[in-house]
Design a protein around this ligand. Structure first.
Ligand code: PDD
Length: 281
């Protein structure tokens, strides 16, 4: 693989970042994941806009403008001959040359920018995603600024491991009795044909796929209500699903051991997946 590090394209084996990098020592950095289908970037502008916001919320200086970012994404797709897959982008507060709790001066310590590709042939036709996934619920013990897409992914990783240990696919986080989101996706239920998903706040990541899917749902005259819901409501729902840049729209067929609806992917989720993939490609 050819990866990108601070302005240079090089083979992954030659790519290095300092041991003093604040991304490594402090999880002081943000990231984005953008899908590629048929060589085309999906929702690039949404991801670029959210990146700008994440950086601003952390007082980090954007290392490059949107057009330059797009050029690097395209260059990596070309150099790695990616048809279907993902581009991962990470920007950290750089290498101040020592460990310290204070932020370094951005004039003397530039951000570290890393980008790489992950090839996933047939990404949009993943049979597991079409068949639906099973989730368990676990307490949301992440920090309170989940609207910033930081690289602090230890708790979500623990959630994913807990799900796999329980023999299911993923976990939904619950806080104050309500579902916040999945380990790496936004969560939805459907009741009486109404799509219900938590309202935007600092409790959840403002999903780029979420924004697109809610727009397509509205255009297709589907009813949408943005509010939080409980695990009991999810168990009694007609359908459930998740969205993310890598999962697109993926039905959820079981929550904490209870079948959702008839235990098969629902009509609304299946239709939204088709619309999203058609409209975004
Ligand atoms: N995760 N919520 C969380 C906690 C996420 O990590 C993600 C994305 C989403 C969905 O956002 P979007 O639709 O913009 O991808 C919601 C990415 C895909 C990841 O960490 O791999």
């Amino acid at each position: 693989r050819i990866v990108y590090v601070n302005g240079t394209y090089l083979p992954e084996a030659e790519a290095t970042v300092s041991v003093f990098d604040r991304g490594f020592l402090m999880a002081d950095g943000v990231y984005e994941v953008t899908s590629v289908l048929d060589g085309k970037l999906i929702d690039f502008d949404g991801h670029a806009a959210r990146l700008t916001r994440s950086l601003a919320e952390l007082d980090m200086t954007p290392p490059m403008a949107r057009d330059e970012l797009l050029a690097v994404h395209r260059e990596l797709v070309a150099r790695n001959a990616i048809t279907d897959g993902m581009i991962y982008l990470q920007i950290t507060r750089g290498n101040p040359g020592d460990r310290s709790f204070t932020f370094p001066d951005p004039e003397t310590t530039p951000c570290t920018v890393v980008m790489f590709t992950q090839s996933k042939p047939g990404l949009a036709d993943d049979p597991a995603a079409k068949a639906g996934i099973r989730v368990i619920s676990i307490p949301d013990q992440r920090w309170g600024r989940r609207d910033i897409k930081t690289v602090q992914l230890l708790y979500p990783s623990m959630g994913k491991m807990a799900a796999l240990a329980a023999g299911v696919d993923d976990a939904w986080f619950v806080e104050d009795g309500k579902v916040t989101e999945g380990t790496s996706n936004n969560a939805y239920i459907v009741k009486n044909r109404k799509i219900i998903t938590r309202e935007l706040s600092s409790d959840i990541l403002h999903g780029i796929t979420r924004a697109a899917v809610l727009r397509f749902a509205a255009e297709a005259q589907m009813e949408v209500e943005e509010r939080s819901f409980t695990i009991d409501e999810a168990k009694g729902a007609d359908e459930a699903f998740i969205t993310s840049a890598s999962a697109f729209v993926t039905p959820v067929v079981e929550v904490d051991g209870a079948a959702v609806g008839d235990g098969k992917p629902g009509q609304v989720a299946t239709r939204l997946r088709e619309i999203y993939l058609e409209e975004s490609r």
